[in-house]
Design a protein around this ligand. Sequence first.
Ligand code: HAM
Length: 421
Amino acid sequence: MSRQISAPRGTRDLLPPDTAAWSHVEAVARDLARRYAFERIDIPLFERVELFARGLGESSDAVEKEMFRVSGARGGSEEGAEWALRPEPTAGIVRAYLEHGMHVRPGPLRLTLIGPMFRYDRPQAGRYRQFSQWDVEVLGDPGPAIDAELVELASRFYREVGLSGVVAKVNSIGDAACRPPYRQALVDHFTPHIDRLSDDSRRRLAVNPLRVLDDKELDPELAATAPRSADHLCDACREHFDRVRGLLEALGVPYEIDHRLVRGLDYYTRTAFEFVVAGREGQQRALGGGGRYDGLAEMLGGRPTPGIGFGLGLDRTIIALDEQGVAPPSGGPLVAVVGFEDDHADRLRVAEALRDAGLAVRPDGTNRKLGKQLEAASKAGATWAAIVGEELRDGRIGLKNLATGEQESVALSEAAARIGG
Ligand code: HAM
């Protein structure tokens, strides 16, 4: 026998019955996208490396350490391009927006997608090389009302999937006017203590000192005394942040200010936010995050276009639901159609009629004894059995409630109403 092949490291097969939780979470996301008037967009799963390098920043973990590179057949170099599987969709969505001149559509544009992302990181609990996000992006809206609307939307998502204790952490990291002096203030603060910084932070201090703040190994005393971006905002950024906070309060959306929240991607400006389950902080615990990226379109060669969005990690949402013991809502009654030897045409006809009425139906395709078919139906999770026999000539079937064992003869046309659900 040849050796079995297993799934690549850092990927997971999602198998039934666990996939029911995925269907539930995706259905909530799709329904919210509809109610909040987002339109679906789809972009490629891979893009030029340059898009991510320019958009997310050379010094972001996603680009520096975690690019999942792909080359063409046998390493071919078509168009001299080097591609990477998308670590996130925001850069690709803004690329598509610019490439297709979507600014001519009546804006602001509200776009959404659900799909897989890829980061070539060391796998561990809650961190995979392939994972899924629900992403929303709003292009052409400078805020601040949309900033609050998105934090409210993500908070509502967590509530509607059934999670409790999810906290929104919010910060403002300034813009091109006030970020440079803030960066310098951080460099001035950390440089005298460089020997107390991790290797990663020492490197980042030179290229992106904000990222030192979200180093999990940062000395708590150095963190507590570090300059806060909220204290270094220019007037325009401060006013924007005050209004976002005021709107969140007016909407009654609970949030906390987190001065160390800087986000891991370079395109962010002003509002930044993240969602964690209270008491389970730490990077692998971020359920989702997002923020404003008013400079991204220009970084990608386009006209200035304000933007804001979020990406909610579905894998971590499902892990959290599991930890909180939240089961997905049941999918409604399942009906097994059983019968007697070789009456398969009748069983399939009955199955069709019940499906016409909207029920989920699995016909038994074997010739085994009725008792065995009923046993198998229960094991497969069926709650009702439609028993096909002689009485079908009069348009009737036997309907057995597999939970209570009760059985009655009903008109096929009334079976669905009898089952309900
Ligand atoms: P992000 O914070 O890099 O933001 O990722 C968003 C969420 O994706 C994280 O909070 C986490 O739940 C999930 N996630 C990230 N990496 C992994 C992984 N290796 N395994 C499992 N889950 C993971 C973004 O991606 C931005 N594009 C969000 C955004 C949209 N900002 C503006 N628009």
